[in-house]
Design a protein around this ligand. Sequence first.
Ligand SMILES: Cc1cc2nc3c(=O)[nH]c(=O)nc-3n(C[C@H](O)[C@H](O)[C@H](O)COP(=O)(O)OP(=O)(O)OC[C@H]3O[C@@H](n4cnc5c(N)ncnc54)[C@H](O)[C@@H]3O)c2cc1C
Length: 474
Amino acid sequence: MTVLPNAPVDVVVVGGGLSGLVAARTVQATGRSVRLIEAATQVGGRMGGQRVPIPAEARTAGCRDPWIDLGGQWVGPTQTRVLALLDRFDIRRFESPHAGETVLFFGDHRCTFAGFFQGFPEGQPPAVPPADWADAMAALERFQALAARLDEGHPHRHPVAAELDRSSFQDWIDANTHTPFAAWYFAYFCRAVGFLGPAEPEEVSLLHVLWGQRTAPQAEHPELELLHGGAGQLPALLAEELGETAVVTGEPVLAVEEDPAAASPFPVTVRSERAAHPCRAVIVAMPPAMVARLHFSPELPADRRELNAAMAMGACAKVLVVYQRPWWRQRRLAGIAIGDRPWVELCADSSDPENGCGVLAAFVVGHRYRRWAALDAAQRRQAVLDDLAAYLGPEALDPLAVVEKDWPTTQFVGGAFAGWMPPGLWSRCGEALRRPHGRVFWAGTEVAERWPGFFDGAVRSGEEAAAAVLARLS
Ligand SMILES: Cc1cc2nc3c(=O)[nH]c(=O)nc-3n(C[C@H](O)[C@H](O)[C@H](O)COP(=O)(O)OP(=O)(O)OC[C@H]3O[C@@H](n4cnc5c(N)ncnc54)[C@H](O)[C@@H]3O)c2cc1C
């Protein structure tokens, strides 16, 4: 294949997810030239979705082809950077549907309650034995106190970091709970909350989990709102604003080469199979696990290479189940269910009120994901529907459509919701997460110091990487 030289630009951004799009936009706003290169055929990465065609007979009943988000979908009130961006593009928000009771399934026991918990409890507690609940709440208090000891920002420089980083979250659960319910409460927290990867508690560093609690707390309600038309509409709007000539899609970058001794004003070259892009500086806007696939010259330092190799992506599939209407509301259920079912530990009502259909978002995570992914398509679908029926009722077995998104096998992304650190990695390699490599700067939600793993973290990291590059170029 012929490799075409492209016109030099000030900054090349590698990766067209939210962080890369925001980085490119921030650079462009200063009058500098920018080119964003995305490997997939469309921008968006972990922020994307699709419209689901509904059969004609169902459509007449008021349910019109709904948009579903295959990646992220919720935002919360303190996620100020992403909210500003949504406002800029006039993307309207609505409160996530939550009227009605939550379902909890634990062991063989199903109950409904006027509350919720995902890390911290709200409203009425569920009808589990009081001793179990007291055990979980006492441990939660200790967990929150430990997280509050961390400073803001990346955690590895904190005086107690090395000690906390030696343990897995499971070590802490074992030492701090004595009932199976309380142990599951924290394991579920670890798998259900975005900043953790998600990960199984025995896989992830205690320090990483505490850092997530400190910088992206559920107490700030990051799932309070959904977006009319879906979150997945934003990347295309950002790309359109950047302009056709500034965005290249379908071009996986293979290498980033810098010649520090070069006399040229464009000492960096970003290479794909198709083209060479000379520039003054580069922002690599993707999770470390994807950075691991690029070749760098000069070679990255040892701690950054280890970080790329060891910071795993979460093992998670998101399954969207579309019904003619949100039938669970007639049962006075909120469509939010949590529990230790075989496949789905969390599902939530994601129906847009401007559309008549009912949409449930179900998550299959960690070891459950690994077992589920080994099934055939019919078994996977049935597994999810069976769990939804156990939680919410038999109507769950009769959907109009089931759309599954297997993130770990998605090319150029490799997992969901985000990357996570096993024990020891923050202590050994935390410094490398954001440290520039010559003229190469890093963005991506994993790099953020506030709301890592979320859209807001992606926006912040894009803005901050752009500011660092602009400072360097001036
Ligand atoms: C199922 C799921 C649910 C989520 N739920 C929420 C939520 O409700 N709320 C929330 O705030 N966040 C949520 N998130 C997280 C949120 O989607 C991410 O934090 C955010 O979208 C990450 O953006 P990013 O730019 O950092 O990374 P990415 O979106 O991963 O972007 C990286 C880009 O780099 C590209 N790329 C990779 N390799 C190359 C290469 N060699 N050359 C060129 N390009 C390359 C990829 O194709 C990708 O487009 C969720 C994510 C998932 C997957």
